[in-house]
Design a binder for this molecule. Structure first.
Ligand SMILES: NC(=O)c1ccc[n+]([C@@H]2O[C@H](COP(=O)([O-])OP(=O)(O)OC[C@H]3O[C@@H](n4cnc5c(N)ncnc54)[C@H](OP(=O)(O)O)[C@@H]3O)[C@@H](O)[C@H]2O)c1
Length: 256
């Protein structure tokens, strides 16, 4: 028996990195998927890969800042697969980095809208659909940055990711009585296109610095984060709600 047999899930940020790895794992574990991001070609490749392995997935491209996308994802899950059980609201950006006096209001809004307001929009449509199924599991991708670690120059990112934890706690309390679990996952440095270690011009010294932040002295692979998301999505975590789950290789407790 697979962990997500007969489950229907939305995964955002599925075109790349952690979202892509999680979509593949969810499909392998039996879930029917709605996968979303802005880049259609990447989504198409993902759907082909999932279907080739015998899974089911539908791509819906769009921008998580748009309320219409949040509604469309749930409508597609309901009309094509019959409902919604799981939502991995994972799309996010680092956004503008720098001293706060240099940050523009537009840059601040771009980060907050992409990382935090998108989560509000997602939950607004996902929770009623889950209630109609008698319960469900929402997972938001937060970060150790803004929770256990302050990184100079990352104020907008940190504020958006910390905001997700507040949202997680409030929704978990609000909808626990309806059997809806809400959790945040807090990855450490993960080797994805978004990582600063893969930024143009980032040399081996950047990689060494980021690896050194972690007690395990390495970065995570996206698949390692995906396995923890699977835990929060599945019934294996049936009594876990309102948590901020650090999957950070000890970045939060390491000072060496
Ligand atoms: N990598 C790390 O070290 C790390 C650590 C802690 C937390 N995180 C968080 O993990 C999540 C996934 O990031 P990742 O590392 O896997 O990076 P990634 O490979 O760049 O993936 C980011 C995903 O978000 C999507 N996305 C970004 N802006 C979007 C928008 N406006 N509308 C719709 N989709 C959008 C991207 O798709 P399109 O470009 O196709 O739209 C992509 O699929 C993010 O929330 C990130 O903040 C990452």
């Amino acid at each position: 028996m697979t962990a997500l047999a007969n489950k229907i899930a939305i995964v955002t940020g599925a075109s790349s990195g952690i979202g892509r790895a999680t979509a593949l794992l969810f499909a392998q574990e039996g879930a029917k998927l709605i996968v979303s991001a802005r880049r259609q070609s990447e989504l198409k490749t993902l759907v082909t890969e999932i279907e080739a392995a015998g899974g089911r997935a539908i791509a819906v491209a769009g921008d998580v800042k748009d309320e219409t996308l949040a509604e469309e994802l749930v409508r597609t899950a309901t009309s094509r697969f019959g409902g919604l059980d799981i939502a991995f609201n994972n799309a996010g950006i680092i956004g503008d980095i720098g001293p706060i006096s240099d940050l523009s209001l537009a840059g601040w809004h771009e980060t907050l809208d992409t990382n935090l307001t998108s989560a509000f929009l997602s939950a607004k449509y996902q929770i009623p659909a889950m209630m109609a199924r008698g319960g469900g599991s929402l997972i938001f991708t937060s970060s150790f940055v803004g929770y256990t670690v302050g990184m100079p120059g990352m104020s907008a990112y940190a504020a958006s990711k910390a905001g997700l934890i507040g949202l997680t706690i409030a929704l978990a309390a609000e909808f626990g009585p309806q059997a809806i679990r809400v959790n945040a996952i807090l990855p450490g440095g993960t080797d994805t296109p978004a990582s600063i270690t893969n930024a143009p011009g980032a040399g081996p010294e950047v990689l060494a610095f980021v690896e050194g932040l972690h007690a395990l002295k390495r970065m995570a692979k996206p698949e390692e984060i995906a396995r923890s998301v699977l835990h929060l999505a599945s019934d294996a975590s049936s009594f876990i709600t309102g948590t901020a789950l650090l999957v950070d290789g000890g970045a939060s407790i390491s000072r060496s």
